[in-house]
Design a binder for this molecule. Structure first.
Ligand SMILES: N[C@@H](CCC(=O)N[C@@H](CS)C(=O)NCC(=O)O)C(=O)O
Length: 348
C-alpha cells in the first residue's frame, strides 16, 4: 500500500513539472519557423498573410462544336477525384444527378501524407500517381497536381482540371448519354443569378474556409472569418423563403455550396477554425444541407471518413500530431428537413 502511494507521488511529480523555459522557447521558435516554411509551400499568400489559390492550368472544353478536339462521347472521358476534396466532390454530385455513371468513369485517388501527392487507387494509363498523369498530359509540367481531373482516354491528355468548368460540361454536353437529361442545373433564365451567387460564395465560403484555415496572420484570419459568417448569415436569410439559392430550382450554385457545407462541421469548424457556428445550428442552412444530402444518389458521393482522414491526416502543418477526431455525430443528416413546402421544380 505504501509502495503504491509513493509510486503515485512520483508519477504526479513528474507529470506536474512543466518543460523548462528554454525547451518551450526553442520548441516554439523551431515549430513556428517550420510552420511558416511549410505553409508558404502549401498555401501561397499575399503580403498581408492571406491565402491565394493558384489558378487551374488545363482549361479546354468538351462540346459538339465542329472542329473541337473534345467531342462528347460515352466511355471516352474519366474523372480523377479524391473523396475528401470539395472541388472534386462537385463533379461526382453532378455526374450522379445527371445519371452519367455509365458514360463517364471515375478513378479515386488518395493522399500520400509523406509525399504530399495524390496516389491513384488503381493504375491508369501506366500511372501510379497524379503527378505522373499530369506529366503524361504535359511532359515537364511544373504546376500543382490537383483533383478533379477530367481525362481524355483518346488523346491521352487532361481536358480540364477546374471543377467549376467540369461541372458546366457534365451538365450540358452529355445529355445524349445521361439517364436524367432534362435536369438543367444552369438554365438560361437563372444564369445571371447563379453567376452572382457563385462569385460571392467562391470567395467567402468555398475558398473562404481555406482563407481561414491557411491564414498566416491574425488579421488575415479575422477578415476571412468575418466574411465567411456574414455570407452564411445572408444565405440563411434567403433560405427562409427559397428552397434553393435561386428559388425553387436546384442549380449549380447549390452544388458548389453543398460540398463545402457538407465538410463544414466535420473539418472546417475545428481544423480551419471556422468555429463561430456549426451549419447544423443554423435554422435554414442546416435543413438545406439535409435536404440536398437526401436527394437521390447524393449521399453515395459523400464519404465523411475520407474527409476526416484527408484533412486531418494530410495537412500536416495544421495537425502535426495526426490525431483524427471521433466526431461529429452525423445522424442528423437523415432527419426530416421540412423544406418541401417551399417548392421544388427538380426534374429528378
Ligand atoms: N481550382 C481547383 C482547385 C482544386 C484543388 O485545390 N484541389 C486540391 C484538393 S482539395 C488538390 O488537389 N490539391 C493538391 C495540391 O495543391 O497539390 C478546382 O476547383 O478544381
Amino acid at each position: 500500500m505504501q509502495n503504491q502511494n509513493s509510486t503515485n507521488e512520483k508519477i504526479y511529480k513528474k507529470g506536474n513539472s512543466l518543460p523548462s523555459g528554454l525547451i518551450i522557447r526553442s520548441g516554439k521558435f523551431v515549430w513556428t519557423a517550420l510552420w511558416h516554411l511549410m505553409m508558404s509551400q502549401l498555401a501561397p499568400r499575399n503580403k498581408s498573410g492571406e491565402y491565394i489559390r493558384p489558378a487551374s492550368q488545363f482549361r479546354n472544353f468538351i462540346s459538339t462544336q465542329p472542329g473541337n478536339l473534345y467531342q462528347p462521347q460515352s466511355g471516352r472521358y474519366r474523372l480523377f477525384v479524391g473523396l475528401g476534396c470539395p472541388w472534386a466532390h462537385r463533379t461526382l454530385v453532378v455526374r450522379s444527378l445527371k445519371g452519367l455513371e455509365d458514360a463517364i468513369s471515375v478513378t479515386i485517388v488518395s493522399p500520400s501524407p509523406d509525399e504530399g501527392i495524390w496516389i491513384l487507387n488503381q493504375q491508369q494509363e501506366g500511372c501510379r500517381t497524379l503527378p505522373q498523369l499530369y506529366n503524361l498530359a504535359q511532359p515537364g509540367y511544373k504546376g500543382r497536381c490537383t483533383v478533379p481531373v477530367l481525362w481524355d482516354a483518346q488523346t491521352k491528355t487532361i481536358v480540364n482540371n477546374e471543377s467549376s468548368e467540369i461541372i458546366l460540361m457534365l451538365n450540358s454536353q452529355f445529355n445524349e448519354f445521361a439517364t436524367n437529361p432534362t435536369l438543367d442545373l444552369y438554365p438560361q433564365e437563372l444564369q445571371e443569378q447563379i453567376d452572382r451567387w457563385n462569385e460571392k460564395i467562391y470567395h467567402t465560403v468555398n475558398n473562404g474556409v481555406y482563407r481561414c484555415g491557411f491564414a498566416q496572420t491574425q488579421e488575415a484570419y479575422e477578415r476571412a472569418c468575418n466574411e465567411l459568417f456574414a455570407c452564411l448569415d445572408e444565405i440563411d436569410t434567403v433560405l427562409e423563403t427559397n428552397r434553393y439559392l435561386c428559388g425553387d430550382k436546384l442549380t449549380l450554385a447549390d452544388v458548389r455550396l453543398f460540398t463545402t457545407l457538407f465538410r463544414f462541421d466535420i473539418v472546417y469548424y475545428g481544423l480551419f477554425k471556422c468555429n463561430r457556428r456549426r451549419i447544423q445550428d443554423y435554422k435554414n442552412l442546416g435543413a438545406y444541407l439535409r435536404d440536398f444530402y437526401q436527394l437521390p444518389k447524393v449521399a453515395d458521393t459523400c464519404d465523411p471518413e475520407s474527409i476526416k482522414r484527408d484533412y486531418y491526416g494530410s495537412l500536416f502543418p495544421l495537425n502535426p500530431g495526426g490525431i483524427i477526431p471521433c466526431g461529429p455525430d452525423l445522424t442528423n443528416l437523415m432527419e426530416p428537413h421540412h423544406r418541401e413546402s417551399l417548392g421544388n421544380k427538380l426534374a429528378l
